[in-house]
Design a protein around this ligand. Sequence first.
Ligand SMILES: Nc1ncnc2c1ncn2[C@@H]1O[C@H](COP(=O)(O)OP(=O)(O)OP(=O)(O)O)[C@@H](O)[C@H]1O
Length: 298
Amino acid sequence: MSKPYLSIEHLTQRFPDGQGGTLTVFEDATFGIEKGEFVCILGHSGCGKSTIMNILAGLAEPTSGVVKMDGFEVSGPSLDRGVVFQNYSLLPWLSTLKNVSFGVAARYPKWSRAKVLEHSRDYLAMVGLEGDVIHRKPSQLSGGMRQRVSIARAFANHPKLLLLDEPFGALDALTRGTIQDELLKIWGGTEQTVFMITHDIDEAILLADRILLMSNGPYARVAESVEITIPRPRNRTEIIEHPNYYAIRNHLVQFLGQRSKALSGEPSGGEAQRPAPVRIDKTAEVAGDEPHLRAVNL
Ligand SMILES: Nc1ncnc2c1ncn2[C@@H]1O[C@H](COP(=O)(O)OP(=O)(O)OP(=O)(O)O)[C@@H](O)[C@H]1O
């Protein structure tokens, strides 16, 4: 079997627990992501989602295990991997426009200055930032605006892998909806692979091809990989009418409410810990087709 585009193998992270002992956040986590896939990860606070993302970004080293992208081991940050953090991490001494354009200029060194600026402006406009505001420094923007700059900066670089850590958390519902739609549009028109942390179940169902479910730490696991069996294009008002919507949603809620606790706390014993695939498809049942309801209950 060929390896997935992004391959996470035996990933283990331990930290000193502050009391002379060791905290094992996760151990031998093993999963893959295909090129062009949109994958969301859900799990309770502290299970290790940001730790996984930092490792995928090349910003942190795991205790052991490897991450390979396109066959090459990830080590250190790269323009191929774009990151949007919860805390937006903009450069405070640069204007909004320059916060975006400096990355674009690095990504496309042959572009003229005018082209770099035009491209950067287009991406800022896409997240609703136009006019005078793009010449302001980050400190002169609201939290939601800063978050939008950070999103524009990551998207404008067309990274092969887009890593999003709760990117819409600071946004009001309306802006959030608009930017989710923009994200889907950008992603749909490219071969970009997206890995996104969110705490919002409905957002995950709207956006993802697959949702990875993490059990609680310590010894957290990427326990399930739930396929979102709802065709695209998806629309936030119509998606809830789809026969699979509530079946999938209930499965996710049940996992986060109950099984995430029950599954936590077991050392791996050195075995690769792979998520169980879950496919819930009520439409196949209705059609009287062969049964496709394969929800795996561990
Ligand atoms: N540098 C560090 N040193 C010690 N412990 C750490 C360090 N970084 C993270 N941790 C611990 O690792 C665990 C996982 O943290 P992480 O931030 O990855 O969780 P998370 O799932 O992203 O949480 P949240 O949803 O709240 O952002 C937590 O128990 C945290 O306290």
